[in-house]
Design a protein. Structure first.
Length: 290
């Protein structure tokens, strides 16, 4: 009787573990499929936004319709090309065992959970609201995009935990680059919204607030470099600051020396932070190998 009871308990435990594993694999497959579908929707909507274009306007043209001193040069927005390439790399990497019997361990998927699926859908919704000049609604979607990326960034432990090189390249770097740009884009989006509602800048003037926002963007990059050694995020912010400097110093643009000077100094400071961070990383590796 005891042997029978023990055997039943063992079988019950095996069945429980098998069911738990099947449930885990099903959830993982849902995340993988969800990431593929939502990313495809996002990239398709973004492509159609400029090919059709949606509402008769291209994405970059709308920024010109809402002029403000924080908007960078048009070439700066070309960063979406590398971002989409990196996201595609992530999608392929996370789906590499979706149709295979031999499953791979991908703990980052359970960490990210539904975050990037929500993010990609919000990104597509942002494009539509932006093209139809619904700036208040676009800010709401942008905050969702930013919030989900910050959550994914933290759950992945970027800069605070180790990961295989393949995961670093195909998961962590895409999230870092995407987050770096969205930090800047969120500031620009909120600025555009305030312009559309005729905000009086609290009597401090547009130049003051633009300078303050540039400093905020630089501080975000420096925080990522100091706290997370995140070179990818820092590089994206440098790109954005360079875009602001180029725009403000371009021929035919009104001269605003305070803005261009702040953008340049911020760019150099973040650049110095990148060099310092690189030295820290290399120094750490040498100490480990010694």
């Amino acid at each position: 009787m005891r042997k029978t009871a023990t055997s039943l308990k063992t079988n019950s435990r095996q069945i429980f573990l098998l069911e738990a594993n099947m449930k885990s694999e099903t959830t993982k497959s849902l995340f993988q499929a969800g990431n593929i579908i939502s990313a495809a929707v996002m990239i398709t909507v973004n492509a159609l936004a400029n090919l059709l274009p949606i509402a008769g306007r291209r994405t970059g043209e709308i920024s010109d319709l809402i002029p403000n001193l924080f908007v960078p040069a048009g070439i700066t927005f070309s960063i979406w090309g590398p971002i989409y390439i990196l996201i595609t790399m992530f999608i392929i990497f996370q789906a590499r065992d979706l149709f295979s019997k031999e499953k791979k361990d991908m703990p980052f998927l359970s960490g990210i959970n539904w975050l990037l699926i929500i993010n990609f859908i919000a990104n597509a919704c942002w494009i539509i609201s932006w093209h139809y000049l619904q700036t208040a609604l676009s800010v709401c979607f942008m905050i969702i995009i930013l919030g989900t990326l910050i959550a994914a960034y933290q759950r992945l432990g970027i800069g605070t935990s180790k990961a295989p090189m393949s995961e670093t390249i195909c998961v962590r770097i895409p999230v870092s680059v995407y987050l770096g740009w969205i930090c800047v884009a969120t500031i620009a989006n909120i600025t555009a919204f305030l312009v559309t509602i005729g905000w009086d800048t609290a009597g401090l003037g547009e130049v003051f607030w633009t300078v303050a926002l540039i400093i905020v963007a630089a501080c975000i990059a420096l925080a990522a470099l100091v706290l997370r050694k995140d070179m990818a995020l820092g590089l994206v912010v440098i790109w954005a600051l360079a875009g602001i400097f180029i725009k403000r110093t371009s021929p035919g643009m009104p001269a605003v020396p305070e803005v261009s000077f702040t953008a340049l100094i911020s760019l150099l400071v973040v650049g110095a932070g990148m060099v310092f961070t690189l030295i820290r990383i290399l120094s750490g590796r040498r100490q480990k190998s010694a």
